[in-house]
Ligand binder design. Structure first.
Ligand code: KG4
Ligand code: ZN
Length: 359
């Protein structure tokens, strides 16, 4: 099974990683397309696919050479099969399928969100199930109860924008470019978070869902009425916006942790790189007696190490997917279901995946 090559191309990062025999990360290469998309103020799906096609060979070759191995050494290959942009996903999964077919290797198609969910545990033999996870990225904001590998229940999610989108769209309205999360994080460090009262979506509503569209509207209204904030006012506005997002995330996470009596708490995804979110979650963890699990910075945003880790856990319990496994752009987190093969393609004679019973 090892070395295992993992490929991630769900959005605008072309990434490859190699896992060693103990499931340790031997290499992780991420080629970002941010510069290609920045001109357009967001990810252009068609451009993303073309950039993946151009980059993937070099990224895989570098991951292999960084790990000190070659294609001939590989024991298994995995790629993200969803959720994400269909054209982007197709580049990575097809590349993995080509390799698996040519070298007669087992193939695994991995859920990108499961990668984020388990990213804090890359390098450790087993995730500490059960735990509550806040998955916060550019496309998703979900509260998940993870009871075991493939046994996930989404108990809260955003009704509109994701937390990362709230950062990115806010930054765009404030003229800070794309993507905006990192810039808001940096400017906020010089700002006063109490300066502007911005809405905490769904804070007073029952349940565990989030909403960030009202916050976006509040930023838009502020800019319409007062113009784009400048200088120290810009720092104060960014800090207030960041605080509103972090508050909303923290409030529902604390409520869910109490509801399900969870003390192992995972905070993961691109937004988990935010310095204020990390500090505030640590404060609450100390108050509530949580053990907080966060990925190292390089595994917060999209990467193939987290995909390789999930693939290694699944391969070690005998899972294999058909060479004709299709991409699934709308794939969600939930209890395991076998992947659907491409229509009309050859089916394996056996089941395409071992599907565990829900416990
Ligand atoms: O997980 P990720 O790389 O891609 C998706 O799967 O969506 O997350 C990207 C998101 C973007 O919205 C980006 O602005 C946000 O993560 N992000 C941050 C920070 N670093 C990345 N948001 C706030 N503060 C940061 N430091
Ligand atoms: Zn992601």
């Amino acid at each position: 099974m090892f070395p295992l090559l993992a490929i991630e191309t769900s959005c605008d990062e072309t990434a490859a990683a190699v896992m060693g025999p103990e499931g340790q990360l031997l290499s992780s290469v991420v080629h970002s397309q941010i510069d290609d998309h920045a001109l357009f103020g967001g990810v252009v799906p068609e451009l993303a696919s073309r950039c993946h096609v151009e980059a993937i060979r070099g990224v895989v070759d570098r991951a292999l050479s960084d790990a000190g191995c070659s294609i001939e050494d590989l024991g298994c290959v995995a790629a993200t099969r969803g959720p994400g942009l269909v054209g982007s996903l197709l580049v990575g999964l097809s590349y993995a399928q080509g390799l698996a077919a040519a070298r007669d290797l087992p193939l695994l198609g991995i859920n990108h969100l499961e990668g984020h969910l388990l990213a804090p545990f890359v390098g450790s033999p087993e995730p500490p199930f059960p735990f509550l996870a806040l998955v916060v990225s550019g496309g998703h904001t979900e509260l998940v109860i993870a009871r075991g590998l493939g046994d996930y229940e989404v108990v809260g999610q955003t009704r509109d924008d994701a937390a990362g989108e709230a950062f990115d769209k806010g930054a765009r309205l404030l003229g800070l470019g794309y993507p905006g999360g990192v810039v808001i994080d940096r400017l906020s460090q010089q700002g006063d978070a109490a300066c502007y009262a911005l809405p905490r979506g769904m804070a007073k509503r029952p349940g565990f869902d989030f909403s960030f569209s009202g916050l976006k509207t509040a930023v838009w209204k502020h800019v319409q009425a007062n113009g784009v904030p400048q200088g120290s006012d810009q720092n104060d506005f960014c800090a207030s916006l960041q605080e509103a997002i972090v508050d909303a995330l923290l409030l529902k996470t604390r409520k869910a942790a109490r509801e399900w009596a969870m003390s192992d708490i995972v905070v993961t995804g691109g937004v988990a790189a935010n310095s204020r979110l990390r500090a505030r979650f640590q404060e609450v963890a100390d108050e509530e007696g949580w053990t907080l699990h966060r990925p190292v910075m390089s595994l917060c945003t999209d990467n193939a190490g987290m995909i390789g880790y999930v693939a290694a856990l699944r391969a070690s319990r005998g899972e294999r997917h058909s060479l004709s496994t299709a991409v699934c752009p709308g794939l969600a987190l939930g209890p395991d279901k076998p992947p659907t093969p491409l229509p009309g393609a050859l089916l394996e004679s056996g089941p395409s995946a071992e599907v565990p019973e829900r416990g």
